[in-house]
Design a binder for this molecule. Structure first.
Ligand SMILES: NC(=O)C1=CN([C@@H]2O[C@H](COP(=O)(O)OP(=O)(O)OC[C@H]3O[C@@H](n4cnc5c(N)ncnc54)[C@H](OP(=O)(O)O)[C@@H]3O)[C@@H](O)[C@H]2O)[C@@H](O)CC1
Ligand SMILES: Nc1ncnc2c1ncn2[C@@H]1O[C@H](COP(=O)(O)OP(=O)(O)O)[C@@H](O)[C@H]1O
Ligand SMILES: [K+]
Length: 495
């Protein structure tokens, strides 16, 4: 079985580089391997003998550019090289790499970018320390404005390696070659959109080193949770596959709960029940078949239902209403110590009241699934949670604060556990941005938790399966389609 993908922050990657050097691979050798990988990738984008312009910066990323330029010139490409700053200011391995380059070095503003068939962007990598302005801004503006394809070295210059943010301006690449492991910026937006196709080149830094220096951040893929996915045994009966309870909103707000319920059923929860306010029982009954229905009048009703221990996973939030009654239902579910997924109105009902949730979810597996707006409302008044530039850090802090797994939605969904583990999900599709898509996601997660999948793995698997289902459908997707696409995704996973 393949191991989960390790994603390293720029500072962790630096530690890994240093460790590899300490274990005997000279820095210049790492740089030569990196530069060779860039040259190999450039060959896929530029036909033999064509013109390649390499834009090198003042640090070690620029050094990779010099290595690639030297190799590509040796392979018969017509390579021109522009440098930001002067040759005599280069240090370390970059200075050594520059010595191997026998061609001309021109100031970057003199590089004939328009005439290039390919531009190699080796301006800045993981060492970017401030916003681009003046000459650096101008250089990126010219690269992007050239209309020529750009191959980024390590990451598109101007993108913050740790957060994926654009620092003033950033290169828009068609392809990026990074080294040893992806960095957060390759998965987080907008960095992911700037990077194009990302290729990870092995430069000889072993997984043991990457795991020792990183190890808590992952790309969300099946390797992270496939072993936890439930597979019913020959003699399984439905009660062994869990019973998910989804609370419905009032008579005109019932669809969201049914979407979540359907998703829970499709992902394998043995039974699923919609807990409906009395006035909405008729509407819900008219729409449900395999899913069961129970009257549930507010928090007292929920309390009564949860006396039956077989209801082992609860979804609260979709269209439930923003009010004290919803908060009281959350309190009932927390007290009952069930697997719990809180979304939408269950989060917004705590607007500005996050302190009521401090440590609240430590005692039972809980997943919170806010989008950015819900997250901002929930943690209003908590700058320590809201202010970090990194989405990973925001999710981690919210998880540590609440004791729940926090799944912070978006095109770059981040899932963080209270113990510090985090994963970035990047397999979705913009077609998932459709009403009710989030309701389906929380049903998937709850349905997995009902089958005893631990909260972090359930959230990661739910997000990935949701993304995969959406991507498999594409244009025209509506949220009713999503649950029906789940079996196809599961077949691929469980084969
Ligand atoms: N052996 C190794 O370690 C390996 C490293 N590898 C490669 O090294 C890269 C990391 O190298 P790095 O740490 O030198 O950082 P890098 O991205 O080149 O930039 C730093 C330079 O930019 C400058 N600078 C920063 N921001 C700026 C701004 N806004 N505007 C203007 N200047 C700015 C900054 O100046 P300073 O902040 O010091 O004033 C400094 O001079 C990594 O991405 C990978 O490609 C691979 O070869 C594998 C082996
Ligand atoms: N551009 C996008 N790319 C990938 N996934 C997306 C994108 N936009 C939204 N999504 C996903 O779609 C879902 C939308 O959820 P949410 O905002 O709660 O919608 P709703 O409230 O209508 O159910 C989330 O899982 C989110 O990650
Ligand atoms: K770069």
């Amino acid at each position: 079985m393949t191991a989960p993908e390790l994603v390293l922050t720029p500072s962790e990657m630096k530690q890994a580089d240093l460790e590899a050097m300490a274990r005997g691979i000279p820095g210049i050798e790492l740089m030569r391997r990196a530069g060779r990988a860039v040259a190999d990738s450039a060959e896929k984008l530029a036909s033999p003998g064509s013109r390649i312009a390499v834009v090198s910066g003042p640090g070690q990323n620029g050094g990779d550019g010099f290595v690639a330029a030297t190799i590509l010139a040796g392979r018969g490409y017509r390579v021109s090289l522009g440098l930001l700053g002067s040759l005599d200011r280069l240090t370390g391995d970059a200075a050594e790499a520059a010595r191997d380059w026998t061609g001309a070095v021109v100031p970057i503003e003199e590089l004939p970018l328009q005439e290039a068939d390919l531009i190699v962007d080796a301006l800045f990598g993981t060492g970017l320390s401030r916003d681009l302005d003046g000459a650096t801004r101008h250089a990126v503006d010219r690269m992007n404005g050239s209309g020529r394809p750009i191959l980024a070295v390590d990451l598109p210059s101007g993108i913050d390696g740790g957060t994926g943010a654009v620092r003033g301006i950033a290169v828009k690449a068609v392809r990026t070659v990074t080294f040893a492991a992806r960095k957060p910026c390759h998965l987080l937006m907008p960095g992911r959109a700037h990077a194009g196709l990302v290729e990870v080149a092995d430069i000889g830094i072993g997984r043991d080193i990457l795991a020792a220096k990183g190890g808590s951040l992952f790309g969300n893929d099946p390797a992270l949770w496939l072993a936890s996915l439930p597979r019913p045994g020959l003699s399984s009966h439905k009660y062994e596959r869990g019973h998910t309870l989804v609370a419905s909103g009032g008579a005109t707000r019932t669809g969201a709960a049914r979407l979540a319920a359907r998703a829970a059923l499709r992902i394998g929860s043995g039974l699923v029940t919609v807990a409906s306010p009395p006035e909405a029982l008729g509407v819900n009954a008219a729409h449900l078949t395999a899913i069961m229905l129970k009257g549930c009048d507010g928090p007292e009703g929920l309390h009564a239902i949860l006396q039956d221990a077989r209801f082992n996973a609860v979804v609260l939030g979709p269209a439930l209403g923003v009010h004290a009654g919803t908060r009281a239902m959350v309190a009932v579910a927390v007290q009952a110590r069930r697997n719990l997924v809180l979304d939408a109105d269950a989060l917004t009902s705590f607007e500005g009241l996050a302190s009521e949730l401090h440590g609240a979810f430590r005692h039972a597996p809980t997943v919170l699934t806010p989008h950015d707006g819900e997250f901002a409302r929930l943690f209003k008044g908590h700058p320590d949670i809201l202010d970090p530039e990194s989405k990973i850090e925001r999710a981690r802090r919210a998880a540590a604060y609440s004791g729940a797994v926090v799944l912070l939605k978006g095109a770059d969904t981040v899932i963080a556990a209270p113990d510090g583990r985090a994963a970035i999900n990047a397999n979705g599709t913009p077609y998932l941005a459709t009403a009710g898509s989030g309701d389906t996601l929380c049903g998937l997660i709850a349905g997995l938790m009902a089958q005893d999948v631990p909260a972090f793995e359930a959230a990661c698997a739910g997000a990935w399966i949701h993304g995969e289902a959406g991507a498999s459908f594409g244009p025209g997707l509506i949220s009713e389609d999503l649950a029906e696409l789940v079996p196809g995704v599961l077949r691929g996973l469980l084969r």
